[in-house]
Design a protein. Sequence first.
Length: 283
Amino acid sequence: MEKDTLKLSIIIPVYNTPLPYVKECLESIEQSQIKYPYEIIIINDGSTDVELLHFLQEYKNPNAVMIHKENSGVSASRNVGLKRAKGKYILCLDSDDKLLPTINNAIAYLDYNSTYDVLYCDLQAFGDTEFLHKKCEFSMFQLIYISNMLTPSSTLFKKELSSKVFFNENLSFSEDRDFFARAAVLGFSFKCFKLPFCLYRRIYNSQSLSQKYLNTKDEVESFIKSQFNPHKVITQEEVNQYVINNFTTHKKHIIKLLLIIFFPSLFTYFKYKKLYKNNIVID
């Protein structure tokens, strides 16, 4: 199979991830029965776990490439993968998450809707808790200034992005939000795909890749916002669309708004009982 025929590159950074999780991640790729030519790029980011190292050294898969490097963080590992990737589309899959067969639907969607550069899906969590987080239609305003709409494992994007944007290796949190925010400002187009094509692991007694460094969240988010001039990148239409998206996706926001406007005393009581955490209609 010639490299230029590759449709998908799956980039998986690994740093001392529990071996059972890594095995589940890799097995999920096989179980997804990807219908297109693909490659798996596994980056061992200086892991020290002996059992994991032995597995990685012995792992054999005709579609997989194994790269060993000194520890330098998940962003640096993903950047190594981006530079090595040959696929038309790229998925940065966390080593404790799992791929779903619906990745085939996502690839087909991008093939038939070539005006979109980034496809992100609803977030289906598993592990210590299970829930489905429904994503709104894309809003640059929300991504930069409100909250992260995307996670690496639930986002499929064109290789072209990596010619313009790389992960910031100085960030220890929300590097994915920073990456996609810069891509959005550069003009790459985003689309919400309601069918989940990955499972996101939630762990309470340890840390998943996407749950590390939470103590630096405020500092990192302040840095991300500081890179952009809101008067240049955000229009009134962007803000309006953000509000509409949230009311459309999350009907509970409408109830909160009506309570604040027409029944303020009742809303204050609900907030006292911690049914609502603040006065912000959309948060």
